[in-house]
Design a protein around this ligand. Structure first.
Ligand code: ASP
Length: 336
C-alpha cells in the first residue's frame, strides 16, 4: 500500500528568513525520520510541487496542479496526503472535493501552525494523523486533518490563526476524533461519500474566474455596492446577515440586485455567521433577494461556495445555468 504525499508549501516546511517565514526546510529528510520504525516506513512516496508557496499566494491554477498530481498517481496510490498552508487550505480542500469527486480513495489535506523544525511543532502529529486517515479506505473523498480531528474537506473553515485546533466544521460532524483507538463517525463517513450528478464526466481544469465576495454592513448604500460590482463579475457572493438578510429598506438596494442578476451575474447570498443555513424566504429582508433572483448558500461554507462557483465557471457554466448548478449537492458540501 503506497500513500502519495504531495507537498505544496505552507508553514509546515518553512524556515526563518530576514522577512519572515519562507519555504525551505528539508521535508523529505524529516518525513523519513518521522516515519522510521512505524508501519508506514517505506510505504510513503513524496512529490514536491514547484514552486513551493505560501498558500496566501494560491490561485485556482495551484488547485489544478494538485488535482493533476493526484490523477497522475491515482492508479498506484491507496491514498493521498496533501501538505498545504493553513491560510487557504479550506479553499483548496473544497476545490479538490469537486474536481476529484470521482476518486474512490482518501485524499487528506493537512499542514501545521509551526514549522517542522520548531520546538513543540504540530507538524509531526498532523502528518501522522493525515497518513492514518489516508490509510482508511472507508474515508472516501477529500478530508482535512488538523489537531485532534478529521473534518470533511468541503465543510471545514480556518477558525484560528494560532491554535493547534485550527479548523472548525460548523455545520457537519467530524469524520473522526483521534485517540486510542480513533473514533470514526459512520454517519459522517456516509455523508462524506455522497456524490451528486457531476457536470462533466471529465472535469475541465480550474482556471481563475471573476468571482467576488462582498460583505454587507449596516449603513452600506446601493451606490457603494454598485461601485463594488462595476465592472460586473461573473458571480458575486454577498455575505449577508443571519439567515441571508440584507438592507431591503435601503433605497435602490433590491433594484440593484435585480439589475445585476438580469445582466448575467450570478448573485449568491451567504451568511456572516460562523454556523449558518441560509434561508432566503425566512424574513422579508431575505425574501427580496430571492425575488430579485439571488440564490442562497444553504449550509455551505464560504470557501465551499467560492470554489464551487469557480469550478462551475471553469466547466463553462454561466448565468442561470451556473445558479442552478450551484444549488446542487455535488460532493457533500451542501446538506441543508
Ligand atoms: N501563511 C501560511 C500558509 O498558508 C500559513 C500556514 O501554513 O499556517 O502558507
Amino acid at each position: 500500500m503506497t500513500i502519495q504525499v504531495i507537498y505544496s508549501g505552507g508553514t509546515i516546511g518553512m524556515v526563518d528568513s530576514p522577512h519572515g517565514l519562507v519555504p525551505g526546510a528539508d521535508l523529505a529528510g524529516w518525513l523519513e525520520r518521522v516515519l522510521a520504525g512505524t508501519a508506514l516506513a517505506g510505504q510513503v512516496r513524496l512529490h514536491e510541487l514547484a514552486p513551493l508557496i505560501d498558500s496566501s499566494n494560491a490561485t485556482p491554477a495551484d488547485w489544478q496542479a494538485i488535482v493533476d498530481c493526484v490523477r497522475t498517481s491515482a492508479d498506484d496510490a491507496a491514498g493521498f496526503v496533501i501538505l498545504h498552508g493553513t491560510d487557504t487550505m479550506t479553499y483548496t480542500s473544497s476545490a479538490l472535493s469537486y474536481a476529484l469527486a470521482d476518486l474512490q480513495v482518501p485524499v487528506v489535506v493537512t499542514g501545521a501552525q509551526l514549522p517542522l523544525g520548531a520546538l513543540g511543532s504540530d507538524a509531526a502529529g498532523n502528518v501522522l494523523g493525515a497518513l492514518t486517515a489516508a490509510s482508511n479506505p472507508a474515508n472516501k473523498g477529500v478530508s482535512l486533518f488538523f489537531g485532534q480531528h478529521l473534518l470533511r474537506g468541503n465543510r471545514a473553515t480556518k477558525a484560528s490563526s494560532w491554535s493547534y485546533e485550527g479548523f472548525a466544521s460548523p455545520s457537519a460532524a467530524p469524520l473522526a476524533r483521534i485517540g486510542a483507538p480513533w473514533h470514526w463517525d459512520d454517519a459522517a463517513l456516509a455523508a462524506h461519500a455522497f456524490r451528486g450528478p457531476q457536470p462533466l464526466a471529465t472535469p475541465k481544469p480550474y482556471t481563475r474566474q471573476d468571482v467576488m465576495v462582498a460583505s454587507l454592513v449596516p449603513g452600506i448604500t446601493a451606490e457603494r455596492l454598485e461601485a463594488m460590482l462595476t465592472p460586473a463579475p461573473k458571480a458575486v457572493i454577498l455575505r449577508a446577515f443571519g439567515v441571508g438578510n440584507g438592507p431591503s429598506a435601503e433605497p435602490g438596494f433590491t433594484e440593484l440586485i435585480a439589475r445585476v442578476v438580469k445582466s448575467g451575474t450570478v448573485v449568491v447570498v451567504s451568511s456572516q455567521c460562523h454556523q449558518a443555513t441560509v434561508l432566503l424566504g425566512a424574513y422579508e429582508t431575505g425574501d427580496v433577494l430571492a425575488q430579485a433572483g439571488a440564490v442562497g448558500t444553504g449550509d455551505m461554507t464560504l470557501e465551499a461556495a467560492y470554489a464551487k462557483l469557480v469550478y462551475g465557471l471553469s466547466q463553462g457554466l454561466t448565468g442561470a445555468r451556473l445558479a442552478e448548478f450551484f444549488t446542487r449537492n455535488l460532493a457533500g458540501e451542501l446538506e441543508a
